[in-house]
Ligand binder design. Structure first.
Ligand SMILES: Nc1ncnc2c1ncn2[C@@H]1O[C@H](COP(=O)(O)OP(=O)(O)OP(=O)(O)O)[C@@H](O)[C@H]1O
Ligand SMILES: [Mg+2]
Length: 1039
């Protein structure tokens, strides 16, 4: 542990407690120097943090830095303000005890910066909700506002806090900041009316003038030049290079609205600020009588408007004093000097009270609405002025240094004295440490009747001519013999040389300070003439009405003097701090020039002394670093020893003893008191803390694993039960579905069988399902196996009930196919078919050689292509070679038969042999056999006609069909059995006899007839070659 600590101390030692020569101031300062050179500005004295102002940005305040210090043991990481903040926070959380962080040091040592860092640390690292975020923002934003109104540039610090500030940050049980409260102490009001050379008034005046918008400044009657205002020119320092007033103005305006100031409130606040500047410019002239009168009327006009008071009343109040003598009110005129100080008193009163109002307003906005002490804890932050020693020290320095005496007292109370007392109370042997108890100085200042404040008050209140000098004399009379008090009169010759006659010296714990009594009485009285108070009570400005209460006018009791007020507020502060566990931050300023890297040893030694750091270190090293009550110690570390874990039943002291023995503490490392254990070295405690940290992990792992096991088991059981339930339900559903399907199947089968039994009966409930099924099946089968062509005669056999419907369907199907066929037929083929139909009508089943003609297509000419010489061939619709038989002798002659539009002509090549008008064509005769003979019967009324014509043709069916169509003689074709009679000439008849034989023979028979032997056809199966034509013929007939 020791080595680890040393390792962390890369430069010097990070804790002065570890200094070899801890009594040497030189060693102490050397350690500070070494670290400061390396930018290590923080060093501990035990738990006290010593902080050096680096006067430069060190980049050690980032979020990562905050994270590094969060929840980490105080000594684990290098010293830092965040470690103090985190330690206080963790103590508050774990021990449920309110904490306070006391930040002290000279002006410019970095107190305010440190307090801001602490606040930022909490704002960033603490848990937050939406409400908490607002509170965090407001806490952070309260700083720029208070700094604007309460800070000023001084010779020591460009942003010096001219008031003391104690801020409570309130945390809820989850550790989130939920509210805040600020108490302010002794604002340096005199700065409003006067500033030393090189110093400024409060920032807000410059920010308003520099940053205020034209419009706003016009409303306030202000000019954009600070030199115009008497209250801003005293220090002759309107501009400061490190300050950007214009920018700061924007920040303040934004902060005011975040905190919750309304526009009206801001306006009224600025009216007051502007009024103070106008008041400063009120000038007086003197009358002969000595009475003062106001020479600057415009200022009064502005003041009347901005303050909302009557101008005349204000004017009178600024030049007169109201005296109540024997119950009568008299207005006594003031001389020039008195009037000016009345004016300044008013300015100070207005500004001072407005500042208090501002703090109250911020408090309202930070207030934790449901605050109860049981559920919230507090961390207090004290940023208060450090010891001040100037060339000329006045009432303010007296108060400030008194405050520091009180804080030192508190420090002694809480650390040194209580430490010794505690050892004694616990029966621990203790070697007394010599330290100076400054109670004697506190008493000198504050003791009732005999103390300096009491004497001052007495001088302020007593009738007669009391003055600062009479006060000094009174002091000499009363406390003249006090060891810590001295005046010029009381001093020895050597001291007299360095003291003024109007001064008294206090030998403070930190050193000697001479105070000049000039102004003590006035400042303590803090007097504001009654008529000025009255004028302010009449103000229409809402802020001023709250600041100047009318009750004040009627209250007969004398108001408390400034010193008494301050004394009382300090007493209250001490009470607050005593109720909390303190952490200390001691700030040191390295040089007066505000320069980075400059280490002014004299100045630092002075501060080390004033802050009592050496004494602090001595006590730390002499005593024990750590002590805790047995129950707290045991409770925290009992898990480190098997005998004390999880519970120790015996006496607490025995438990602790067992525990430390188990931890291996050496006898010189600790002592057991009556109620507490004392641990001498921090390293012992760190080792224990480290062990606890390790143990915590294993405990947490154990807890986690048991909890995880338990929760997983519970989860598993629940899931299992749920799965079983779901399975059972699902199985039930499946079984129900299956049963339902089976029932339905059984019903179907049953209905099917019943239907089958009743299938031949008329439709009835028993068979309707079966019949429907059979119908359905037949139709579905039909649907799958419909014939694809007209020639396909297949058709499923219908069930008995569907025979008729099946037939209808079949016909419909056929018609449909035919219709489709016909739709797609081309005109030539149609013509062909029509001719074939005519042929069929005439010859089918009547003439033997008809079947042979069926598959042969009818053509328009049977003449060869070389027959172009045939007479009028072009005009004919049909031409065919024929054999003509003479009527007498039946001599055969080759001719061509041509069918013209109105006649059939017989030609012999180029010659017309015979023309038969269709009108004279009586009829046509053919035999029923398979020969090609036919006779055209012609009417013989006409002499031109030579009688009937006997012809023979290879294509008899085709030729006669064409003739029948052309001559429209379809019904005039006679098919004769055996013989045909024909006219040879007028009145003379010829006969053609037809017989069947094996060979075609046409010859004149002996009986003078023409004998034709036809060849009997071999079979009639030729139909098959053209079956479609045959069936179509019937269909066409119907279409
Ligand atoms: N930690 C820091 N890092 C960088 N600069 C710092 C730090 N602390 C202080 N300073 C510088 O020092 C200046 C003075 O610091 P600060 O105002 O905190 O002093 P103070 O102790 O509050 O003085 P006063 O008593 O006059 O109010 C700051 O304005 C800043 O420039
Ligand atoms: Mg400050």
């Amino acid at each position: 542990m020791e080595s680890a600590l040393t390792a962390r101390d890369r430069v010097g030692v990070q804790d002065f407690v570890l200094l070899e020569n801890y009594t040497s101031e030189v060693a102490f300062i050397e350690n500070l120097r070494k670290r400061f050179k390396e930018n290590l500005i923080y060093t501990y004295i035990g738990s006290v943090l010593v902080s050096m102002n680096p006067y430069k940005d060190l980049e050690i305040y980032t979020k990562q830095h905050m994270e590094r210090y969060r929840g980490v043991n105080f000594y684990e990481v290098s010293p830092h303000i965040y470690a103090v903040a985190d330690n206080a926070y963790r103590s508050m959380r774990t021990e449920r005890r309110d904490q306070c962080i006391l930040i002290s040091g000279e002006s410019g040592a970095g107190k305010t910066e440190a307090s801001k860092k602490v606040l930022q640390y909490y704002a960033i690292t603490c848990p937050a909700s939406e409400h908490v975020q607002t509170v965090k923002d407001r806490l952070l934003q309260s700083n720029p506002v208070l700094e604007a109104f309460g800070n000023a540039k001084t010779l020591r610090n460009d942003n010096s806090s001219r008031f003391g500030k104690y801020m409570d940050i309130q945390f809820d049980f989850k550790g989130a900041p939920v509210g805040g409260h600020i108490i302010n102490y002794l604002l340096e009001k005199s700065r409003v009316v006067h500033q030393s050379h090189g110093e400024r008034n409060f920032h807000i005046f410059y920010q308003l003038i520099e940053g205020g918008e034209e419009d706003l400044l016009r409303r306030l009657g202000l000019e954009k030049n600070p030199q115009q205002y008497q209250y801003l020119v005293k220090g002759n320092c309107p501009k400061v290079s490190s300050i950007n007033d214009r920018n700061d103005w924007k920040i303040v305006r934004k902060a005011l609205s975040i905190i919750g100031f309304t526009d009206d409130e801001v306006e009224e606040l600025l009216n007051i600020i502007a009024s103070v500047l106008h008041l400063g410019n009120v000038q007086y002239g003197g009358e002969d009588s000595g009475s003062a009168y106001i020479t600057t009327e415009t200022q009064i006009k502005y003041l009347a408007r901005l303050l909302g008071v009557d101008g005349t009343v204000l004017k009178e109040a600024l030049t007169h004093k109201k005296i109540i003598a024997k119950g009568e009110e008299l207005m006594s005129p003031l001389n020039q000097e008195q009037a000016a100080s009345a004016r300044d008193a008013l300015s100070k009163a207005i500004y001072g009270r407005t500042f208090t109002w501002l703090v109250n307003k911020i408090n309202d906005s930070l207030a934790f609405k449901v605050w109860t002490h049981s559920n919230a804890s507090v961390i207090g932050l004290l940023d208060i002025y450090g010891f001040e020693v100037f060339q000329n020290n006045s009432f303010e320095q007296f108060c400030i240094n008194y405050c520091n005496e009180k804080l030192q007292q508190l420090f002694i109370e809480l650390t040194l004295k209580s430490e010794q007392e505690e050892y004694e109370a616990e029966g621990i042997t203790w070697e007394p440490v010599q330290y100076f108890n400054n109670k004697i100085i506190c008493d000198l200042v504050e003791e009732k009747f005999k103390g300096i404040i009491s004497i001052l008050d007495e001088e302020c209140l007593r009738p007669g001519d009391a003055s600062d000098i009479t006060f000094l004399e009174k002091l000499e009379d009363t406390v003249g013999g006090h060891a810590h008090f001295l005046t010029h009169k009381l001093a020895d010759g050597k001291t007299r040389k360095v003291m003024g006659r109007e001064e008294f010296r206090l030998i403070h714990y930190a050193g000697e300070v001479n105070y000049n009594v000039n102004g003590f009485l006035d400042k303590n009285n803090d007097l504001l003439f009654r008529n000025l108070k009255e004028a302010m009570c009449m103000s229409e400005n809402k802020i001023l009405t709250q600041c100047f209460d009318r009750e004040e006018l009627t209250d007969k009791k004398r108001p408390e003097t400034a010193a008494t007020q301050f004394k009382n507020s300090l007493a209250k502060l001490m009470e607050i701090l005593m109720s909390k566990e303190p952490s200390y931050v001691r700030c040191i300023k390295p040089n007066d020039a505000k320069q980075a890297g400059r280490f002014d040893e004299v100045l630092i030694r002075h501060q080390v002394k004033y802050l009592g750091l050496m004494e602090n270190l001595r006590v730390r090293r002499a005593g024990f670093a750590y002590r805790r009550r047995y129950e707290t110690f045991l409770q925290r570390y009992k898990s480190l020893c098997p005998d004390t874990w999880p519970n120790w039943d015996g006496r607490l002291v025995d438990g602790v003893s067992t525990l430390v023995k188990h931890l291996g503490y050496k006898p010189e490392e600790y002592k057991l008191g009556r109620t507490k254990i004392f641990i001498r070295f921090p390293k012992t405690l760190f080792a224990t803390e480290d062990a606890l940290e390790v143990r915590k992990h294993s405990l947490a792992t154990q807890l986690q694993s048991s909890w995880k096991g338990y929760s997983q088991k519970t989860k598993y059981r629940k899931m299992r039960q749920s799965a079983i339930k779901i399975q059972a339900w699902w199985r039930g559903i499946l079984a129900c579905r299956k049963a339902k399907r089976r029932r339905e199947a059984a019903n179907t089968i049953r209905r099917f069988i019943k239907g089958f039994i009743y299938r031949h009966q008329p439709r009835c409930p028993e068979n309707e399902y079966f019949l429907d099924y059979v119908r359905y099946s037949f139709l579905m089968k039909l649907h799958r196996s419909l014939p694809k062509t007209v020639l396909d005669k297949s058709w499923p056999t219908p069930p008995p009930a569907l025979v008729e419907a099946s037939e209808q369907l079949r016909k419909l199907c056929m018609q449909n196919m035919v219709w489709k066929y016909c739709k797609n037929i081309n005109p030539e083929w149609k013509h062909q078919l029509e001719q074939k139909m005519v042929a069929s009508e005439i010859f089918k089943d009547k003439k033997d050689n008809y079947p042979q003609s069926v598959p042969k297509l009818f053509v328009d000419t049977r003449l060869s292509e070389f027959s172009a010489s045939v007479w009028r061939l072009q005009e004919s619709s049909y031409a065919v070679p024929v054999t003509k038989y003479d009527r007498n002798g039946y001599k055969a002659r080759n001719r061509q038969l041509l069918l013209m539009a109105n006649s059939a002509i017989i030609v012999e090549e180029g010659k017309l042999k015979q023309c038969i008008d269709y009108s004279s064509l009586k009829g046509i005769s053919v035999s029923s056999l398979s020969d090609g003979m036919f006779v055209l019967h012609v009417t013989c009324e006409d002499n031109k006609q030579k009688g009937d014509v006997v012809l023979q043709c290879e294509h008899v069916i085709e030729t006669l069909t064409k003739v029948a169509i052309c001559a429209d003689k379809m019904n005039s074709i006679n098919i004769n059995q055996g013989s045909i009679k024909f006219n040879v000439a007028q009145g003379k008849e010829g006969i053609i006899d037809f017989t069947s034989g094996s060979e075609l023979l046409i010859a004149k028979a002996k009986n003078g007839h023409l004998s034709v032997v036809s060849i009997a056809p071999r079979n009639n199966n030729l139909y098959v070659h053209f079956p479609a034509l045959l069936s179509l013929s019937s269909l066409f007939g119907k279409c």
